[in-house]
Design a protein around this ligand. Structure first.
Ligand SMILES: Nc1ncnc2c1ncn2[C@@H]1O[C@H](COP(=O)(O)OP(=O)(O)OP(=O)(O)O)[C@@H](O)[C@H]1O
Ligand SMILES: [Mg+2]
Length: 240
């Protein structure tokens, strides 16, 4: 267990859980916006959950909180049954780096660095030796099908390739959980489907759990569970 995780709470075998999570923001006019109103979620090992919902419903907000990129206003996030609420920012960064791979809607690759360096970065931050980080990253770039473009900067890659590099980067530390926010949001139908094939194929091999925020029916259909974020709460959705 990492330092900064305590308060063991029973969650069965969940790898990631939300308990009664609330999140409010202050709007520009000083009025409080209540976005999440009591979110409960248990992600089982290997489980694939899709979250849909209207624009502005709070999907990205929820994903950021699940991935410890942001903190809830109240309620708790548990990683493998351990509450991370009391963790310091440094501890949260470590937990994030170790437990969660994040794929953003816009790739968020570092523009001055090559594809290979972008994938290596989280491993280096986690203290993996350079040669090991390089080997792992090359292997992942091959798995995601970005071959012969290791030394390309993000702007020298297509949108689909950028997302593939982002997927490789998300997996370099072998996280038990992959969180993806509209990973194919900016791609055409065919490129989207190839990215979905890739993500689900990698999941078969690496056995991570995932939470996918998506409007894409093809992606939602492939999940074990579809949830809809509506009026601040998660409801069971359908795959159609
Ligand atoms: N840091 C912030 N400060 C103030 N308001 C915020 C902040 N982040 C998000 N919001 C507000 O919270 C609401 C939910 O935002 P969020 O990005 O989570 O929606 P979303 O469901 O991901 O939408 P989309 O489908 O358009 O990506 C929005 O109304 C947004 O303006
Ligand atoms: Mg969003």
């Amino acid at each position: 267990m990492l330092s900064g995780m305590n308060n063991q709470v029973s969650t069965g075998a969940a790898v990631l859980s939300a308990r009664n999570v609330y999140k409010s923001f202050l709007g520009g006019d000083g009025i409080q916006l209540d976005i999440l109103l009591g979110i409960d979620l248990d992600l089982a090992p290997g489980e694939r959950v899709a979250i849909t919902g209207a624009s502005g419903a709070g999907k990205s907000t929820l994903l950021h909180i699940l991935g410890s990129l942001d903190r809830p206003s109240s309620g708790r996030i548990l990683v493998e049954g351990n509450s991370v609420s009391e963790s310091s920012d440094e501890e949260l960064a470590e937990i994030r780096n170790r437990y969660v791979g994040f794929v953003f809607q816009f790739h968020h690759l570092l523009r001055e660095f090559t594809a290979l360096e972008n994938v290596m970065m989280p491993a280096l931050i986690a203290g993996v030796a350079i040669s090991e980080a390089r080997d792992r990253s090359r292997e992942l770039l091959e798995e995601v099908g970005v071959i012969g473009r290791e030394s390309h900067k993000p702007r020298q890659l297509s949108g689909g390739e950028q997302q593939r590099v982002a997927v490789a980067r998300a997996l370099v530390n072998k996280p038990p959980v992959l969180l993806a926010d509209e990973p194919s949001g900016n791609l055409d139908t065919q490129t989207s489907q190839r990215l979905h094939d890739l993500i689900f194929g990698l999941r078969e091999e690496h056995e991570f759990s995932m939470v996918l925020v998506t409007h894409n029916l093809d992606l939602a259909r492939r999940a074990d569970r579809v949830l809809v974020l509506r009026e601040g709460r998660l409801e069971l959705g359908t795959k159609g």
